[in-house]
Design a protein around this ligand. Sequence first.
Ligand code: NAD
Length: 357
Amino acid sequence: MKMKICLMPGDGIGPEIVEQAVMVLDKVADKFGHTVEYTEALIGGVAIDATKNPLPDETVAKCKAADAVLLGAVGGPKWDTLPGDQRPEKGLLGIRKALGLFANLRPAKLFPELSKACFLRPDIVQDGIDVMVVRELTGGIYFGQPVGRDVRDGKRAAFNTMVYDEEEVRRIARLAFEAAMKREKRLCSVDKANVLEVSRLWREVVEEVAKEYPEVELSHMYVDNAAMQLVRNPNQFDVIVTGNLFGDILSDEAAVITGSIGMLPSASLGASGPGLYEPIHGSAPDIAGQNKANPLATILSIAMMLRYAFDLSKEAEVIETAVQKVLQEGYRTGDIMEEGKSLVGCNTMGNLVAERI
Ligand code: NAD
């Protein structure tokens, strides 16, 4: 297969971790006989420095021309004093919009080797955690109209609107069912259908889409219960699908219980066109340029890219297995270091994974 990939290393540790991920991808491509063609584009602070714009038009064009996009991270203290619309983060929001990315896939995976870092009781996580949260990204209460303030009965009031139309629900539901088909074929749709009309429509449409996926076992759960169940017994879940607001909260909850921000990849997908693959962590300016960053979240983002953009599950598994082997052998970057393990830098960690492909 021929893959066209746009790289956006961005700021801080971005370039270091993207370099390691590219090395691993090259190794996988070589092993399986694929060819990878790279382009590189500016985003965030480095784009501001070069063009005064966190998302130059050229970057959008390069992303659109690719099959998939790999992002390092954006932001840092150097640009923190700029006005909101000129900040590095604006580049990230802009590229998500330009590529029409309406779904955010956030696996919260805890390798059993790192279970000591987890915030949950050892008996709950001895076999690790493996949950995927699929969050709707472009609708719901964050974007619904009308939004505003007025005065009601002489008191200041403010309002937002939670709204989804059936098509918005259908497309995210389909994507979540597809994700479940690539995993254990269990999908839990999270809503608040006991209270919210929006959730009742959500549930109705998810049930309709379920008919297209008879192999997937569908369940529904109220969001308050889901927040509890995630810490009580995260492994009861395979894939969770939910709206923007609930997904914002649950995906962070699922991530933080693993205790290892440097290990978590993500994918943002649209209806067609390239998806955006990136680690969930930021640009870590405190350790940038010191060969201390953990490149594994970015390397695992490549695995997601192979699985979701190119349908290459075997290649994805080879990467995930190589990462697990390196952890089993006791190698750790500083952020996941434990007593008795071998401390390595960003480059060595990348090399160790590549050697095990
Ligand atoms: P951060 O995720 O960059 O860092 C939080 C802490 O985790 C830091 O101590 C950092 O050293 C550590 N850390 C993060 N990733 C690591 C890795 N791969 N290896 C080892 N340690 C790692 O969050 P922050 O400090 O709140 O934000 C720093 C900058 O990143 C800010 O400018 C913020 O706006 C930006 N940010 C960008 C993104 C993104 O690009 N998607 C996401 C979050 C934050």
